[in-house]
Design a protein around this ligand. Sequence first.
Ligand SMILES: [Zn+2]
Length: 249
Amino acid sequence: MIIDCHTHWGIAWQERDRGDPARWMAIADQHGITKAFLYPHAGIVRSDSCAVDNDTVAAVAASAPDRLIPVATAWPQMKEQGLEEVRRAVEVLGARALKFHPWLQGFSLADPYLGRICGLAAELRVPIFFHDGTPCYCLPEQIAGLARRFQATCFVLAHAGLVWNWRSAIEAARRSNVWLCLCGPPQRALEVICQRADPDRILWGSDFGFGFADSIGYWLSVFRAARIPDTMKEKILGVNPLHLLQSAL
Ligand SMILES: [Zn+2]
């Protein structure tokens, strides 16, 4: 089983395929992807596209309900409306997780409404995926700070620190409510992360769907080439993502 924990219903895909994931799924099928967490794209670029894009992602996922796991976003800058959107996305649309990209969305992790969203996510029992690994609002240390403040909330570093900050991601993941999604660090970094982080809280992802490029094949081959025990690879690809969904702490 392979569960891709980092994919998007991309703007380019929506413009071309109008909510039909058949061509998107064809690429996932080529690589044997069993299930995928489907994040928004338009909704993390513009606040006025957020609610419509949450609807779109939920509808796309509903057309392949055993395969696609809908993930929603919201904007802390929209204050009470942002909180309402989180509740609507989870309770009405069936989103199973939230995704934030503070760099693209332009908010600080110290935003008080983001804090309230973190509290609400714990109440709704949904994990929060954060873009991470880039300044100025997305450093693993900053997300670890949130995780310290909101210990009942489950946080996922959706890039495990990317190319530059994966060592900080390992430190952040010392907190039991922080998970790492291997999506961006190079092969040697994947090996070190798997030696040092809790193997129960490591996931894998490809960032497929942000554009038309087939990133699944590349990132899967990097992961497969890494010197990580096969049993751990199986856990990361198939077992841990299901635990994330079941527990969300
Ligand atoms: Zn992404």
